[in-house]
Design a protein around this ligand. Structure first.
Ligand SMILES: Nc1ncnc2c1ncn2[C@@H]1O[C@H](COP(=O)(O)OP(=O)(O)OP(=O)(O)O)[C@@H](O)[C@H]1O
Length: 312
């Protein structure tokens, strides 16, 4: 759906985007993760033909950008750096005027599509108030409504949850996952690790303009080789597993303690614990956390990334 090769953008002496090879596949929810200033917005703008690349190539929906912008852009729903709208018009009027521009906004279905888009972003009940009276969250939703108005096969969204409260963030997440299930490929940029970890099937990490990591989320969050066990009997478990490397951490929940066990397959470990009379409330292979993977890949570490909904 999106493929770039050696995509580069220089602003004078600053290399904002440095030889980036993106690969976004059909059906992905692709999370484009990077700290503030790492080059996300510049990349997104190049994908959409809003900024010219210094060098490198871009294919979107199998066509070259920006050369094929006229045929590509009507099939891409986009929201970049805050939604643009006419402040004196209502939300509906904004969507109608947006839909009337460009080749594909079929007039016959416009009214129905506008209502459907407003409904999906949670703005169905908006009245005739002009957009200038909207809260930031409402504007963000309106921007998303514009992006999905033409039922695009690809959505490109730059920080789509910026300015939303936790409930709004949740609603937008749910909406994007729903659209994805219906067949829309979603590419979204974010500086929030938690957001990407929760939603995305594939991740690209930008660090100082370079793509330092790109892989399927499942592969990144692969098993560590340890098994995580929750038990109310940690000391008994430790005695039983004397020949095995065991780390014990206490947890706050009622399950007692969390044990990290290396050197035994989960099934064997489970059998041994049960035979030894150790009560087990939970047992599963430990998986790597996205935060650790990103930390290892980036020079700046993860300090400059926001946690879930909270800026660093
Ligand atoms: N028009 C411009 N002229 C000069 N430098 C620019 C321009 N646009 C971006 N830059 C620089 O390019 C680098 C990347 O910026 P960009 O906005 O793409 O990052 P970002 O990851 O989107 O950050 P943010 O999350 O803060 O928007 C920064 O160092 C920025 O100062």
């Amino acid at each position: 759906m999106i493929r770039t090769e050696a995509l580069t953008k220089r602003f004078g002496r600053v290399t904002a985007v440095d030889a980036v090879d993106l690969e976004v596949r059909e059906g992905d929810v692709y999370g484009f993760l990077g700290a503030n200033g790492s080059g996300k917005t510049t990349t997104v703008r190049m994908l959409l033909g809003l900024v010219l690349a210094t060098s490198g190539s871009i294919d979107v929906l199998d066509e070259s950008m920006p050369g094929s912008a006229r045929s590509v852009l009507p099939r891409v729903g986009a929201m970049v750096e805050g939604p643009g709208s006419y402040p004196h018009l209502s939300g509906r009027a904004n969507l109608a005027s947006f839909d009337a521009t460009g080749a594909d906004g079929q007039r016959r279905t416009r009214g129905r599509r506008i209502e459907e888009a407003l409904e999906r972003v949670g703005l169905a009940s908006v009245d005739k108030r002009p957009v200038r009276a909207y809260s930031l969250g409402m504007r963000q939703r309106l921007g998303l409504a514009a992006a999905i108005l033409r039922r695009p096969s690809l959505l490109v969204l730059d920080e789509p949850t910026n300015g939303l409260d936790p409930q709004g963030i949740n609603e937008i997440r749910t909406l994007l996952l729903e659209l994805n299930r219906e067949g829309t490929t979603v590419f979204l940029s974010s500086h929030l690790l938690g957001e990407i970890e929760q939603m995305c099937t594939r991740v690209g990490v930008l660090d100082g303009g370079r793509l330092v990591l790109q892989d399927q989320m499942d592969a990144l969050r692969g098993p560590t080789g340890r098994t995580e066990v929750h038990t109310p009997d940690p000391e008994q478990a430790r005695r039983l597993l004397t020949t095995t490397a065991v780390e014990i951490e206490s947890t706050d929940d009622a399950s007692g303690a969390r044990l990290l066990v290396r050197g035994l397959e989960p099934a064997d470990l489970n059998a041994r614990l049960v035979e030894g009379g150790v009560r087990v409330t939970q047992l599963s292979p430990e998986r790597r956390r996205l935060e650790d993977v990103v930390l290892a890949a980036t020079t700046s570490g993860t300090d400059r990334f926001g946690r879930d909904g909270v800026d660093a």
